[in-house]
Design a binder for this molecule. Structure first.
Ligand SMILES: [Zn+2]
Length: 432
């Protein structure tokens, strides 16, 4: 196996991330924005009507954005000519819109709210997750209310719900080797990492931004450069700004929520580094051993990173829910100092937003290590293909309160950044 091949085996771990990335974006968005900004009642408008009323301008804008992204986004893959022709021949405007955004065209847009614990949804009909998501997966404690076009809905609920939505299937099957008709014409090439046959794995390169690895990693594995949260953020930011300028407020909030999703994802260390806590040398060493047939060390590292990712996201979600429900102090999610709140800057998505998340990885890695109690249950995590049976209480049993506090503190610090970027992005779009 040549060098370049070494890393193509890398990162099967990503098959796991899929639905779990920052489980519950909705609650973080909701807490952060509530109290910091006003809310308004917004009338739900169907995507068909929104596109119909703005058709020419929207499609012109998407073509212009392609030119702009070609010069501004590193390693951007322009929309192929073939796809442009394909989209232009499409009569269904929603499909055409998704083709030009290069989103899964089979994702069907539904109208719903993701319920925030403690809020009242008794006037709404329930809708199941499997009826919203393109492909069903186990999503604990996620409850949904159906809303209809013409309903007046609180803007905070719309944007909070939308910030969870991109995990529901936007980015499935977009690569050449994913065996979908659209993957073959989208121009993203082969899947950047992970197994192209695993349906959820295919979305990972859109939700993880490996923008700050060392040159030798990119040399050994050039496809690691091909990650796309920055593209998604900028696409949906443009759409939110456009909708806002037209007074299309339902879509302004929904698009802004979609952008927030990817912003929030890459504030997470496990979404901004290939292997948080591991040095480039360790990475190359285990990959080299693997390439010459010594599989153990490589598999161990892979399992370890996957497990930490799962444990950390579960821990943060559990703490956030508990704290929210008992009315604990969550001011770290909504109070920011003046110099923290500078305007959201597209040019800093890689250099600051993602890079600083990566830097937290080392410390986080150590703190999780210290907190792991039941090693057997922990080691067995990767064998569980649905996350239903994670016994977090047993895995993270804190031997003394200091270890607990340490992990909790860094979780809060990371979430503070998530909230901060949420706040500054919102302000940029809606508080002009
Ligand atoms: Zn995600």
């Amino acid at each position: 196996m040549g060098y370049k091949k070494i890393f193509t085996v890398f990162l099967i771990l990503s098959i796991f991330i899929l639905g779990f990335s920052w489980e519950n974006h909705t609650l973080i968005t909701y807490i952060t924005l509530s109290g910091n900004f006003g809310t308004e009642k917004v009338t739900v408008k169907s995507i068909e009507d929104f596109l119909h009323d703005n058709e020419k301008e929207i499609f012109d804008m998407l073509y212009e954005a392609d030119t702009e992204f070609s010069s501004e986004i590193k390693n951007y893959k322009p929309i192929p000519e073939e796809l442009k022709k394909y989209a232009d021949n499409e009569k269904n405007t929603v499909k055409k819109f998704f083709y030009l955004l290069r989103i899964n065209p089979e994702y069907s847009v539904k109208y719903f709210l993701k319920e925030v614990p403690g809020n009242n949804y008794e006037n709404y009909k329930k809708i199941n997750f499997k009826d919203i998501a393109y492909a069903d997966y186990f999503y604990p404690d996620a409850l949904y209310s159906e809303i209809s076009t013409g309903n007046d809905i609180n803007s905070l609920e719309i944007i909070s719900t939308a910030s969870d939505e991109p995990d529901y299937g936007f980015d499935i099957g977009l690569f050449d080797d994913n065996d979908t008709y659209y993957g073959k014409i989208y121009g993203f090439g082969d899947q950047s990492f992970g197994n192209p046959k695993v349906i959820f794995g295919s979305q990972a390169p859109f939700h993880m931004g490996f923008y700050n690895e060392s040159g030798i990693i990119y040399f050994a594995s050039p496809s690691m450069k091909n990650t796309y949260p920055e593209l998604r953020i900028r696409q949906f930011e443009k759409l939110a700004q456009f909708a806002y300028s037209k007074g299309e407020m339902y879509w302004a909030y929904r698009f802004a929520g979609w952008a927030l999703h990817y912003i929030q994802d890459i504030t997470m260390p496990y979404h901004s580094a290939i292997m948080p806590g591991k040095s480039t040398f360790e990475l190359l060493w285990v990959a080299a051993l693997d390439a010459v047939g010594i599989k153990g060390p490589y598999n161990n590292v892979l399992d370890e990173v996957t497990n930490k990712h799962i444990v950390f996201e579960r821990f943060q979600m559990k703490k956030l829910y508990e704290d929210y429900e008992k009315g604990a102090d969550l001011s770290y999610l909504k109070v920011f100092t003046d110099d923290e709140t500078e305007e959201f800057d597209d040019y800093k998505i890689r250099s600051e937003l993602s890079n600083n998340s990566k830097k937290f990885g080392k410390d986080l890695d150590k703190k999780i290590n210290k907190a792991i109690y039941d090693k057997e249950k922990y080691n067995n995590l990767v064998n569980i293909y649905d996350s239903q049976n994670i016994d977090l209480e047993a895995i993270l049993k804190f031997r003394d309160s200091q270890e607990y506090e340490n992990l909790y503190e860094i979780t809060k610090t990371i979430n503070h950044r998530t909230a901060l970027y949420t706040y500054s992005f919102y302000k940029k779009i809606f508080e002009k």
